[in-house]
Design a binder for this molecule. Structure first.
Ligand code: UDX
Length: 455
């Protein structure tokens, strides 16, 4: 981009206010900033990103209308619908003011890039005659699975939720997904989920779609997406690898002391356990099964226990008595880890994950094989792809101590685990090629930049 363009073009990025959505949007911001654009992050008051982590960006908070009553519920789907209902007008006014302010400073706003779940931003862009682009933060396979889930429900042939023997049957047209792998929402209200799907996937007016995935992982699904899409699709993932700096939302402070603990452990000897991600929670029985399974496996582990993720406790009060004495310095527990650095550490030989899309991408990108225990939504689809398409992970079916011990040992000690580690390394190399100059994600990024310059 020429010098003149560098100072004159600004992009407004609108993330959905959850860790798994904020991170890729902020990472996209650093990628686009490195290409010469000025970046404004327009964000809800709820879960505001920490501006100190992101000195190159401007921030534009807008009221989200979420009440204490709304936030007392853990129903994320309901929160997102409320944000969409509440924000359109205020957001539009803020952007209008920003446009005027920037115009006086000789800058133009080129477009609004919004998370697929923040559709009010696209409506506002339309009213303001600004182009808009969608960022998709889940896999391409998830898109088809979500839409199929809604049609299966509408056809009414199959009782929800899918339980019993037929839940292991393959869903026609969605190989290798079984009914139990469909991306059920954590929300108890299916109608809300259908509204959310409509927000994300109904015919949109945006000029393009940016996707945090890549052709070397999802070639055939992306081919289908491209055929069906009326606008260009830019799969530029893994976006964090395309970014010059290691960016994160700062919603939870990470504990970097675990990196020096990892420095003292042998190569490939540690299983990194972050089995809940940023949203899921468990009870005392489950935490006791995990703790016992890990201890009995006799493997070294680094375990992330997010504050308040064990119900009825603040942090690790409900761990079995004496657990830390039993494992001694073979185990390290932290509230939140610098995950991408942990996965890139040579001591880490496996990742027990809930299979959120970011965690899945990060594990594959760093060449670490996985144990998959999804909880809800797209995590189920990702887990199935990890274990049955890319074959770099084992599924943990039951959260029982014997099963956990067995699966951890299979991954960390058995030949099966070594083969997965080999395949994970091969995938890592493919992703490295794709993010280098001339590689697929890199080429799509160049095309995206040219596209934005022309809209
Ligand atoms: C949510 C949904 O659960 C998921 O299905 C969807 O794909 C995205 O939103 P989340 O639980 O946030 O996902 O998981 P994930 O997508 O994996 O994102 C978690 C992010 O937090 C990752 O970028 C990971 O690196 C980061 N993280 C996690 C840390 O930095 N430290 C930790 O200790 C744990």
């Amino acid at each position: 981009m020429s010098k003149q363009n560098q100072i004159s073009r600004r992009l407004v990025l609108v993330p959905c206010p959850y860790e798994g959505h904020l991170n890729p949007m902020l990472q996209l911001g650093t990628v686009l900033h490195s290409k010469g654009f000025s970046i404004t992050i327009a964000h809800t008051i709820y879960n505001s990103p920490n501006p100190h982590n992101l000195p190159d960006f401007s921030f534009l908070p807008f009221p989200d209308g979420l009440s204490d009553h709304d936030l007392a519920s853990s129903d994320v789907v309901a929160h997102i619908l409320t944000i969409n209902d509440n924000c359109k007008k205020t957001f539009e006014r803020r952007i209008e003011q920003l446009m005027e302010e920037k115009r006086l400073q000789g800058e133009i706003i080129s477009c609004i890039i919004s998370d697929e779940l923040m559709s009010f931003a696209e409506d506002a862009a339309n009213n303001l005659k600004l182009p808009s682009i969608i960022l998709r933060t889940t896999s391409a396979a998830t898109t088809f699975a979500r839409c199929r889930l809604v049609t299966i429900k509408e056809e009414g042939g199959i009782p929800f939720p899918f339980q019993g023997p037929f839940s292991h049957d393959l869903v026609p047209g969605l190989h290798p997904l079984r009914f139990k792998d469909l991306p059920f929402s954590p929300s108890p209200d299916f109608e809300r989920f259908v509204r959310l799907i409509a927000i994300a996937y109904n015919k949109r007016t945006s000029s393009a779609i940016i996707w945090n995935t890549m052709t070397c992982l999802e070639q055939s699904t992306l081919d289908q997406v491209q055929q069906q899409s009326e606008v260009p699709v830019f799969p530029i993932g893994p976006i964090y690898k395309m970014a010059a700096a290691n960016i994160c939302s700062g919603l939870i402070k990470d504990d970097r002391s675990c990196l020096s603990w990892l420095d003292k452990q042998p190569h490939n000897s540690v299983i990194y356990v972050s089995s809940l991600g940023s949203l899921a929670s468990i009870g005392e029985r489950e935490v006791s099964e995990i703790a016992s399974g890990l201890a009995n496996s006799e493997q070294r582990f680094l375990w992330v226990i997010r504050p308040d993720s064990i119900r009825s406790s603040h942090w690790i009060e409900l761990l079995p008595k004496g657990f830390q004495d039993v494992v001694g310095d073979k185990g390290c527990i932290v509230r939140w880890a610098p995950q991408r650095e942990v996965l890139a550490h040579p001591a880490v030989g496996g990742f027990w994950s809930h299979c959120g899309w970011n965690s899945t991408l990060e594990s594959i990108t760093e060449g670490v094989p996985m144990i998959c225990k999804p909880w809800f939504s797209d995590q189920r689809v990702n887990a199935r792809y990890v274990s049955h398409v890319w074959r770099v992970g084992l599924e943990l079916e039951e959260l029982e101590r014997e099963e956990i011990e067995r699966v951890v040992r299979r991954l960390m000690l058995d030949d099966e685990g070594k083969e997965m580690r080999e395949r994970a390394k091969e995938l890592k190399e493919k992703i490295e090629v794709s993010t280098r100059e001339g590689g697929s994600s890199c080429n799509y990024l160049d095309e995206l930049i040219n596209f934005i310059m022309l809209i």
